[in-house]
Design a protein around this ligand. Structure first.
Ligand SMILES: Cc1ncc(C[n+]2csc(CCOP(=O)(O)OP(=O)(O)O)c2C)c(N)n1
Ligand SMILES: [Mg+2]
Length: 886
């Protein structure tokens, strides 16, 4: 638009005057109405009006409409300058002493954005306010520590242990609740996860509110992020959800310092305009904070719009470069493009020009933007604040491409930094980079205390527990502990749905349950719950559902309990995380069950699962229709044979692969006890399958062993022929093991003890921790792992079979006495019947039989000839390609 010449300036002026008068006399809304009418009329008359998602490259809030900060700006400036210095100092000192790194430039650009929040906007939970939740940008953590230090929350000793955590009392590199559980709430440093999780946090807050579980009035979610971070699909991927759900409790602050790690974010364009278009298009309220107050007089004189034109045509690469140079350079290359602009700044010195500040460094502009954002209703708000990366670092890195990783500053730069922010550090001290503090009786210290007191108190504090819940006893699941009976076949997925039904009806914890699905309810047989519990919708149900006449119709409801997230595992996982940390953020324990296609779980959203561990989530993840050969007919992309391997990489994720309904009941009941009664910071991953079979009654006294990871399912008879094997089966493949035991007995007279392995992961963890203890306590009686205990008095080689990769069962090899063979489903899945798949992957009863015979032959108990016969009898081609690579 700007590039079009004005062919009739007088006519233009008349229209503009008319608009001015409407705004003046009747207000902005009326002006908007008239403009919409004009546009509609023009379109109807056939005029082509190109859509523009962006506005001019100036601040969204006009100067006259800025809300003034009630704060003391001089004091705030001093506090901010100290914070800046200390943030820089801790990185330099940590790096000098131990070379452990750190970031200076990111926080340097964001200091004002945080400072205004601490002083005026962010509430700590108190009697009168539920507290705001702030997602700090990961690389800005030094600034957060520096503020907490000045405030008196952290000690110098802690600051000097930035990034030195192994000895205790350290400060973690980035926000990590696992490492600093009473300080950090949200791990954000894996870029993109913060914005995504913040959106779902805001939505979950509305969910809690509309279900009457928490009063969230006035509470806001603030999420800070880098402009480079917006390249992550996760950052922008859910923004339309935020506007669709009218999340006016959500405020994004994008620190647009125009740079990322390697160089400019949009050197050839303008990141602020690009983001404005994306967010406006998605229905957000966008507030651009581009120019600081020093520009106001120039913009006021820009009656012809030439300055605005220049601002718009200049690209980010240039804007970055200006701030790496000096005032003279800006005069020549920015204003110098047009003689009128040069004239405009003719009586400004180069220093004056250099002082023309960017919006994100101007506390007045930032305050005005925040004040407008918290008042805005009906939409989420994004604040796009233009800043300078490495602000204050001078020649050591200000606006330079190398600045992100700059961890060193020489004496000249330190002095320049000191002078720029008016800090009182003598020359002969400067190289020590001393920390600065305010005396307790100083106006600055009192101001900080007073501001925080008014907002509820110390800001960085995380709650580690909430009221414990009363967990139903195992007997509540009695129907699942009994044999299912002949002809009543069902899957463990169905068993899970029955358990969930029992739980949602429980008087104590029923309302705390949050069932979450990513458009797979019908896959898992959960559609019955739609009607029973309702699908949560902030607007209820505005239509008659197609299946209204059915018993189990699709019911959306303002008070619904189910979160149906659409085809969006990352979003569903983010909802789960919000619910799973609700004990900490909302002081109420929620019990989320997110059930998903196991292949689209850890593999797809693994980084969120990792963050969930860091964040001390408590909840259940259910990998539905799992197993490489159990989900028949779906094929390579769906059949999961490795999610348990990934689950095992998350230290506080407890995982199980149960075979029978009673195992599942025992595991879930104990999980509820551990997480919601004992309040252990663990979460559960349980695979459930869709193969229907009958479920036996729970053998006596196996509960503890089910939880440890394996128990004796059945004991073979004792005969004196010396042929005995120990068979281990996991998940559905346990049934193949049971069948193999029958074959072995009938056809080879081999006796078998059968073990159901509910978790190779848990077995290994326990055994490793015992090995470690024994190593460190060599003179004390050795402890014995559960695996070793199980086999202590058992004879014969051990053969394990699983529907997961061999490495899953292989994990306990070290602890199995004697010969150990594992069968598993390495390789790409494919579609076929379960029977054929199990034969293909060599985990069916026949392969188990062959493996057992081979192990016996290796022990000299039977001849090789018997194996060859068995191979022939079961139609196995010894030369067939290895399924792991075919
Ligand atoms: C998923 C992910 N990829 C890469 C990184 C490494 N990384 C850390 S900071 C950074 C650049 C950040 O730029 P920006 O978001 O603009 O933040 P700024 O420091 O400029 O405020 C990168 C690539 C990361 N932390 N997370
Ligand atoms: Mg950046």
């Amino acid at each position: 638009m700007d590039s079009q010449p004005d062919i009739d300036p007088q006519e233009t002026q008349e229209w503009l005057d008319a608009l001015d008068s409407v705004i003046f006399n009747e207000g902005g809304e009326r002006a908007h109405f008239l403009l919409e009418k004009l546009i509609e009329k023009a379109r109807r008359s056939g005029a082509y009006l190109p859509y523009s998602a962006t506005t001019a490259y100036i601040n969204t809030i006009p100067t006259g409409k800025e809300e003034r900060s009630p704060g003391n700006n001089a004091i705030e400036h001093r506090i901010r300058s100290y914070v800046r210095w200390n943030a820089m100092a801790m990185v330099l000192r940590a790096n000098r002493n131990t070379n452990v790194g750190g970031h200076i430039a990111s926080f340097a650009s964001a200091a004002t954005l945080y400072d205004v929040g601490y002083n005026h906007f962010w509430h700590t939970p108190s009697e009168t306010h539920g507290g705001d939740l702030v997602y700090i940008q990961g690389h800005s953590s030094p600034g957060v520590y520096a503020y907490a230090f000045l405030f008196g929350q952290l000690s110098q000793e802690q600051l000097d242990h930035f990034r030195q955590e192994t000895g205790g009392n350290g400060l973690s590199s980035y926000p990590h609740p696992w490492l600093m559980p009473t300080f950090w709430k949200f791990p954000t440093v894996s870029m993109g996860l913060g914005p995504l999780m913040a959106i779902y946090q805001a939505r979950f807050m509305k969910y809690l509110d509309s279900r009457g579980l928490a009063n969230t009035e006035g509470r806001k979610i603030w999420a800070f992020m880098g402009d480079g971070e917006m390249d992550e699909p996760e950052s922008l991927g859910a923004i339309s959800l935020a506007s669709r759900e009218n999340l006016d409790n959500l405020i994004f602050v994008v620190n647009c310092n125009l740079q990322r790690l390697d160089g400019p974010v949009r050197g050839n364009g303008k990141i602020i305009q690009e983001l404005e278009g994306a967010f406006r298009g998605a229905g957000w309220n966008v507030i651009k904070v581009i120019w600081g107050s020093y520009w106001d007089p120039l913009l006021a004189r820009d009656t012809k719009g030439l300055l605005q034109k220049r601002m718009m045509e200049c690209v980010d690469g240039e804007y970055q470069n200006f701030k790496a140079r000096d005032g003279a350079y800006v005069r020549e290359h920015f204003f110098g493009k047009y003689p009128e602009l040069l004239e405009m700044v003719a009586n400004m010195s180069d220093d004056d020009i250099w002082r023309l500040n960017r919006g994100g460094h101007d506390p007045y502009k930032v305050y005005a933007a925040y004040a407008a954002a918290v008042k805005h209703t009906g939409q989420p708000t994004v604040i796009l604040a233009k800043t300078i990366k490495g602000y204050g670092m001078g020649e050591a890195g200000e606006a330079q491409n190398i600045t992100h990783q700059q961890k060193k500053m020489g004496t000249t730069s330190l002095k320049a930094f000191r002078n720029r922010f008016g800090l009182d550090i003598p020359d002969d001290e400067i190289d020590k980079v001393p920390y600065l503090t305010f005396a307790e009786d100083s106006p600055e210290f009192s101001y900080m205390q007073e501001r925080r007191k008014a907002l509820g108190g110390t800001f960085h504090c995380r709650k580690t527990s909430a009221k414990a819940l009363e967990i139903p006893p195992l007997s509540a699941f009695e129907s699942l502990l009994k044999a299912s009976g002949e002809g009543r076949e069902s899957s463990t997925t169905m068993a899970f749905v029955r358990i969930l039904n029992i739980l949602v009806k429980d008087k104590q914890i029923g309302k705390h349950i949050v069932p979450i699905v990513a458009d797979e309810s019908r896959t898992f047989g959960m559609e019955g719950m739609f009607r029973q519990l309702g699908i949560w919708s902030s607007v209820g149900q505005l239509y008659t559902p197609q299946d209204a006449d059915q018993l189990m119709y699709y019911k959306e409801d303002k008070h619904g309990q189910i979160l149906q997230e659409g085809i969006n595992e990352a979003g569903a996982m983010s909802s789960w995380i919000a619910a799973a940390t609700s004990y900490s953020t909302h002081s109420i324990q929620m019990i989320p069950f997110f059930i998903f296609y196991s292949m689209f779980g850890f593999q797809r959203i693994g980084d969120l699962a990792w963050a969930a561990g860091d964040m001390r989530c408590r909840g259940f993840l259910l990998g539905g229709t799992a197993g490489r050969t159990t989900l028949n007919g779906e094929g390579l992309q769906h059949e999961d044979g490795h999610s348990h391997i990934v689950a095992s990489t998350i230290p506080n994720c407890v995982s199980y692969d149960p075979a029978f309904a009673y195992e599942l009941a025992v595991i879930i009941q104990d999980g509820l006890r551990r997480m919601y009664l004992e309040q252990e910071d663990v979460y559960y991953y349980i695979t459930v399958m869709n193969e229907n079979y009958s479920h036996p009654e729970m053998p006596d006294g196996v509960e503890k062993d089910i939880l440890k990871g394996m128990y004796l399912f059945s004991e073979g008879s004792v005969s004196n022929n010396d042929l005995r094997v120990q068979l281990l089966g996991a998940g559905t493949i346990l049934r193949e093991v049971i069948a193999a035991a029958e074959i072995l007995k009938k056809e080879y007279n081999v006796n078998t003890d059968i073990w159901s392995v509910t978790s190779f992961n848990e077995l290994r963890r326990e055994a490793l921790s015992i090995t470690r203890w024994n190593m460190l306590h060599p003179t004390q009686p050795a402890k014995v792992s559960h695996v070793e205990n199980c086999f202590k008095e058992r004879e014969g080689p051990v053969v394990a079979a699983t529907d997961y990769m061999k490495i899953y069962a292989d994990q306990i090899r070290e602890f199995v006495p004697g010969r150990y063979r594992v069968l598993g489903t390495d390789g790409f899945g494919r579609s076929d019947t379960r029977e054929k798949l199990r034969h293909f992957f060599e985990v069916d009863r026949f392969y188990i039989t062959v493996a057992a015979l081979k192990a016996l032959s290796e022990e000299g108990k039977i001849s090789n000839q018997q194996i060859i016969q068995a191979i022939e009898r079961y139609g196995i081609d010894p030369e067939r390609p290895n399924p792991a690579t075919s």
